[in-house]
Design a protein. Structure first.
Length: 117
């Protein structure tokens, strides 16, 4: 029996989709607020919140997991030194998605900001 897929594909192959999310995670951690489409922001939220949870643990294993997910030393350093300590007392919900207007008349995709709370 065919079941519906849980993750959105964004009309990309799996390796391209992983690279897209990795790039968005890196940008969000370094910039702390990015503008993207609403669907990409909703797909990005669980991945980034998982990374912040790794940062709150602050163990060698969690640093290695974050490095594997991000692939960037600078982003891992900022995650563990600046972002994760900010949410030490918070039990989740580290990001906020704010919907914006629709893009121009060509593709009319819904835009959104995703930022840390």
């Amino acid at each position: 029996m065919a079941y519906t897929k849980k993750a959105q594909t964004f009309h990309r192959k799996s390796d391209q989709r992983r690279a897209l999310l990795k790039s968005l995670m890196r940008s969000l951690i370094l910039e702390e607020r990015i503008s993207t489409t609403e669907a990409k922001a909703k797909a990005l939220r669980p991945a980034v919140e998982r990374l912040v949870t790794y940062g709150k643990k602050n163990t060698l294993a969690s640093r290695r997991l974050a490095k594997a997910r991000l692939g960037d030393d600078e982003a891992v350093k900022k995650l563990f030194s600046a972002i994760a300590p900010r949410y030490a007392d918070r039990a989740g919900g580290y990001t906020r998605i704010v919907k914006r207007s629709v893009r121009g008349s060509n593709d009319a995709r819904k835009l959104a900001y995703i930022a840390f709370v």
